[in-house]
Ligand binder design. Structure first.
Ligand SMILES: *Cc1c(COP(=O)(O)O)cnc(C)c1O
Length: 249
């Protein structure tokens, strides 16, 4: 199967899930997770019409964003989707030369802000670059200790301070569901994330908190993106179904 065909199949499955939930497919963004994959495959995917790409390691994101821009792939929007170590926070904003063109080869969203310290650091870096950074807050809804992210209750406690960081815009929530054989098992987790977003809209309304947008739910990967869409995902992050299996992580 070619990448273009894989992409087409994923989009058909996304549309089917949206239809089952009486949602418009237009409100769901597919992020193609290209981690470990070379630029040539990214170029092939972009040529098939894909615009949003995600990388979980910020070094790799930086290198690919630079290489893609140099190769003329300047329509790509990059998403930093993985956990960020504090000392590497700077890389999450992407190469400085691209930062003045958000949406044109630059990082457009950081998905996995999982602790106050990383939020503070990203806000400082974004302010230094005279830009506002769109972020999502990662929530550990499953409560698994191996997973990163705020607990739902911890997030509510931390938000008053987070919402004062000047250069971040809180666009919504992100979660990583555990790997399971049957995606129905993680449906309740996706539902919980959606409920939490609704709670945030009421408790920290955008009309009152300038930094709050509360628009997005980034949830769903190759094994469970259809269930995630049925439960309200606005962004799905899909790697394997588009690029095939990864040889390493
Ligand atoms: C790798 C990765 C994905 C995509 O995983 P697949 O199962 O290959 O679709 C999504 N989100 C994050 C944060 C990832 O690291």
């Amino acid at each position: 199967m070619t990448i273009a065909e894989n992409l087409r199949q994923v989009r058909i499955r996304m549309a089917g899930a949206a239809q089952r939930a009486q949602r418009s497919p237009d409100e769901i963004t597919l992020v193609a997770v290209s981690k470990t994959k070379p630029l040539a495959l990214i170029a092939e995917t972009a040529a098939a019409g894909q615009i949003d790409f995600g990388e979980n390691r910020v070094e790799e994101l930086w290198e690919k964003a630079e290489a893609a821009a140099a190769a003329g792939l300047d329509r790509i929007r990059w998403h930093a989707i993985g956990t960020i170590q504090s000392r590497k926070a700077k890389l999450a904003l992407g190469p400085p030369a691209l930062q003045s063109h958000p949406g044109k080869g630059a990082v457009c969203m950081v998905h996995a802000v999982d602790r106050p310290k990383i939020a503070q650091r990203l806000s400082r870096l974004a302010a230094d670059n005279h830009r506002q950074l769109d972020v999502l807050l990662e929530v550990n809804v499953s409560g698994e200790t191996s997973k990163h992210g705020f607990s739902p209750a911890g997030l509510i406690d931390d938000l008053p301070a987070l919402l004062k960081l000047p250069a971040l815009r809180y666009c919504g929530l992100m979660t990583m569901a555990p790997y399971v054989d049957d995606p129905e098992e993680v449906r309740p987790l996706f539902r919980q994330l959606r409920t939490l977003l609704q709670e945030l809209r009421h408790t920290f309304p955008p009309a009152q908190f300038q930094q709050a947008a509360w628009r997005h739910l980034s949830m769903g990967m190759t094994g469970d993106f259809e269930v995630a869409i049925e439960e309200g995902a606005t962004i799905v992050r899909v790697g394997t179904a588009i690029f095939g299996h990864r040889e390493y992580e």
